[in-house]
Design a protein around this ligand. Structure first.
Ligand SMILES: [Zn+2]
Length: 371
């Protein structure tokens, strides 16, 4: 009964469970594949003739908090027609893998939420396995059902702190197109060459990364590059934080300063006003942060262009070095920032991406059906 229960819980398709050993810390399941014949990879003839058996130990996802090991008996077939000896396929684990597909997708899913380190510790596997599983799960590229028109590129890290990765998303479907290690220009160029076609892609939303921009200008010279709105606004948030270096905690002054003015209640507004009148430098920094948010409320490109140019000049003239630096950055990215008014797209979460795309289509902004 218990043994059947484990077999059911494991959901290992195509496997027959031969035995189960269980201790306080681990469970070992001995199994073999149900099928009795193999198809020769060379001549495609079916064969029943087993040349030999091999026992392989594979790691599976935890069950009831216990480590699960799969002791898998695999057949080596001998083809009677052409003489080839071959191992039966292993869809539960994949070719030459020491772990089950299920373990890898479990840790990959959990690595989206937690850190690589914590997932590795909880599952009792190496950090390398978690990282590779994550890439295996999310870098898998499905052939697009229609050509990509709007893409997003952004950098992120799987392991904190750790190496950076670059993800490319289709902003219409909200799905990953490709994920590659690295964020250098060469990494991104290779990715674009493989997955983005000059004929169909019209706009690409990116972080303010010089490497991304240069890769795009080289591989997709016609495409509109859009600086991601949230990355632009984050620049002003960081500059404000530098002017007043205090860690943000719910309700404290640093938190009040970063929050959108319209989201504050009356008491919070009063506190903020008091803090600003006590510290004119802080007041100017806060004003610049809010003014940049105001730029994004402009309705059309021309209005936005004027507001952004004003903002840059004002920040350049200010006595606040972090904002002068932000102004210099935005001067270099002015065109890409303003492309947002031609293509109001961002790399925000999938749900948000969908709404943006809908809004874009409704407004008929630069969208054309390519088929
Ligand atoms: Zn054969």
């Amino acid at each position: 009964m218990h043994r059947d229960c484990i077999a059911i819980r494991l959901r290992l398709p195509g496997l027959v469970v031969l035995g189960v050993k269980e201790t306080a810390r681990w469970i070992e399941v001995t199994a073999q594949y149900e099928r009795r014949e193999g198809v020769c990879p060379r001549c495609e003839r079916s064969t029943w003739q087993v040349h030999q058996w091999r026992l392989q130990r594979k790691r599976d996802a935890k069950l009831w908090g216990k480590e699960v090991w799969l002791a898998l008996f695999k057949r080596r077939f001998h083809c009677r027609r052409c003489g080839k000896v071959f191992t039966e396929p292993d869809p539960v684990c994949g070719p030459r893998r020491r772990t089950t597909q299920r373990l890898r997708s479990t840790v990959a899913r959990r690595a989206r939420e937690g850190t690589v380190r914590s997932v590795a510790r909880e599952e009792g596997v190496s950090e390398g396995l978690v990282e590779r599983s994550w890439v295996e799960a999310y870098a898998m590229v499905a052939a697009p059902s229609q050509p990509h028109v709007f893409l997003g590129l952004d950098g992120f890290c799987v392991r904190r702190p750790g190496r950076m990765w670059t993800g490319m998303w289709d902003l219409e479907s909200g799905k990953a197109v490709a994920v590659v290690p690295g964020e250098r220009q060469a990494d991104v160029e290779r990715m674009l060459e493989r997955h983005a076609s000059r004929e169909s892609v019209r706009a690409v939303v990116i972080d303010l990364s010089e490497a991304y921009r240069q890769a795009l200008e080289l591989v997709l010279p016609e495409v509109a590059i859009v600086a991601d709105k949230f990355h632009v606004l984050a620049l002003a948030g960081r500059a404000l934080h530098e002017v007043r270096g205090e860690t943000r905690r719910p309700g404290n002054l640093a938190w009040l300063l970063q929050r959108g003015a319209e989201k504050l209640n009356q008491a919070a507004r009063a506190r903020l006003l008091q803090a600003r009148s006590a510290d004119p430098r802080l007041a100017r920094a806060w004003g610049l942060k809010e003014a940049l948010r105001e730029v994004y409320r402009k309705k059309g490109w021309e209005e936005a262009a004027a507001a952004l140019a004003n903002w840059i000049e004002e920040a350049e003239r200010s006595d606040l070095r972090p904002f002068r630096r932000t102004a210099a950055t935005l001067r270099r990215w002015q065109q890409e920032v303003l492309n947002y008014w031609r293509y109001p797209l961002t790399n925000a979460l999938v749900e948000g991406k969908h709404n943006r795309i809908k809004a874009l289509k409704r407004r008929g902004y630069g969208y054309r059906n390519n088929r």
